[in-house]
Design a binder for this molecule. Sequence first.
Ligand code: HEM
Length: 393
Amino acid sequence: MFEPRTRPPACWRLLLLNAAPDTRAREVSHALADLVSMLRDLGAGRVRDLAGQPAGDEEASREQFCGLRALLGFGRRMFDRDVHQPALTRAQRPEFLVYLPRHTAAFPAIPWAEIGAPNAGEADIALQLGGEREATVNCAAVECWKLIDDKSLPLTVADTFSGFGRGDGRGWLEFHDGVSNIAASQRLSALAAGPHPGWMGGGTYMAFLRLAVDLRTWRRLNRSDQELLVGRDKLSGAALVGVDRDARGRAVPVAAAAPGVGASAEERALWRDPPETTDPVVEASHIHRANQNRASPGAAGGLRMFRQGYDFLDGFRDGSPVLGLNFVSFQRDLRSFQHVLHLPGWLGDVNFGGPSTAPSGGHPAPALIELLAGGFYAVPPRATPFPGSKLFT
Ligand code: HEM
């Protein structure tokens, strides 16, 4: 999932599981080993209910589950002794693996949506499923449920969320998303968890935020205002390099010129990566707020994250679509993620982008996103029989 030149899968499903009450650590460990082994078989086209099917059908099953990817994470709840008696693990909980606040806004500038369910997004275990087709990830999720049911495994499905990536690389705002992500050479240092606690060394931390986007408000903005909020040209994805003023003194975005047809990969990467800027309007845009270490991207204070967003559409309510982004990011610690969303000048004082106070004669930055569900998960490194099996010994 983190390798250079691989794109996030087109279809995504998060399956959240809780251990059944009164379960012992050993039983959860066996259940997870079963689940992971079943998913491995499934990826190879071996479906439990279809053992012994004719060879041609076996090939069809292989095709159906081809490209299935799974990632296992453990949430704050797993370590909660008020929830689990006996305790499920004696391993140390990572310092910033916490529940998202529910009675106040989880982050200063992102309120909870009224339609969000209580504790949505928190669980003992998160299983992220990825694949190129909806049928792959949806059937894999139901195969997990079947296994739990057939073997009376001490796990319950607490919730599930789904999302998709667009073929054109854009999101609901119609801007490109994922234009610039961490360069392959810096990815490991931004992703790999340190040795405290020991069981997480070489793993990573996942943040999951299901964010509703107010598309009506967004579509009322003209193209220039949208570009100033994002920090990129809407059509080409080029980073803004500055701002001009029109005859009425309104800001007009200026984007970097696109590299020529014969431009090298390095020139293209430079074009995608926004330049350092001192222009306060460009500085206030989403991409500059979300990444402020353009001079030395590997620096410890860079608060870099590796993003993988998956859009969703959850039907229509009161005549408007309920839609948004499953924001999924991986980082070496969750403290840096919290900083990005709490620090003023980053995303702590503005809901998405734009200046935190209305410029003279201008409008304040619009509120565009609300939180529907979310949780933090520790993703241990690969291990046998499953990542994080040490937690239960
Ligand atoms: C629904 C909510 C959001 C939408 C629609 C959204 C959309 C975008 C878009 C269109 C870009 C520019 C394309 C690109 O550079 O890849 C971008 C970049 C980025 N966003 Fe968001 N975003 C959202 C929420 C967030 C949140 C909550 C965070 C941080 C926790 C975040 C962090 C970033 C980062 C780090 C970048 C890359 C900046 C760079 O290095 O150039 N975004 N986002």
